[in-house]
Design a protein around this ligand. Structure first.
Ligand code: 5GP
Ligand code: MG
Length: 181
């Protein structure tokens, strides 16, 4: 796997330190809420959310949601679509959506809208990464780990064609990996 990596953009130690700080920011924001619903977006956020929630002291539910936007070998957004679940039980709850990366913002816009329509009391968003291009978009996130350049990244949960999620760092792939597809 390591031969496929062109360069590391954010290493594992920097990620861990920032995830800890983000958890402090989130805990401060929800300090008086004792019934939060975390909504991790599958599959890219699994490693991030697993690290994040273990630093969060408040009582919470973790209800995963599957949204497809980069199917298979796609490296640009194909438009967001919710695949799971069919219904959201968030009425009267404070919801925190957790995703791996904010790119066009379509995913977070779609999910935030659905959760609000399902009766959530509040909906906030948290992403580990924000692509530079996203800073010019209208959709932003309430909690952001790192701003990164507009490049396709993998690792720490993020995939290319279902692979590289287990890489501990956030990295850019060698161009030959895309040529092989
Ligand atoms: P948006 O809807 O904001 O354009 O895209 C967000 C989703 O696209 C993320 O949840 C993530 O699944 C996927 N995505 C966006 N940029 C990247 C990237 O650089 N690498 C990977 N692996 N997925 C990305
Ligand atoms: Mg995603």
């Amino acid at each position: 796997m390591n031969k496929d990596i062109a360069r590391v953009l954010v290493d594992r130690y920097t990620i861990q330190a920032r995830v800890f700080n983000m958890a402090q920011e989130i805990a401060a924001c929800y300090h008086d809420s004792d019934d939060v619903v975390m909504v991790p977006l599958l599959t890219g956020s699994i490693i991030f959310v697993a690290d994040l929630v273990r630093h969060l002291p408040m009582r919470m539910r973790i209800d995963v949601m599957a949204v497809s936007s980069y199917p298979g070998t796609a490296t640009t957004s194909q438009g967001a679509k919710v695949m799971y679940p069919a219904e959201f039980h968030v009425s009267g709850k404070h919801v925190l959506v957790v995703d791996d990366i904010l790119d066009s913002g379509k995913t977070l816009a779609l999910v935030t809208d659905l959760l609000k329509k399902s009766g959530a009391l509040s909906v906030k968003t948290c992403v580990l990464l924000r692509k530079k291009i996203a800073t010019t978009q209208s959709m932003t996130a309430d909690f952001i780990g790192f701003d990164i350049p507009d490049e396709f990244v993998v690792g720490y949960g993020l995939d290319y064609n279902h692979y590289y999620r287990n890489l501990p760092d956030i990295a850019v792939l060698n161009p030959c990996v895309f040529e092989k597809k």
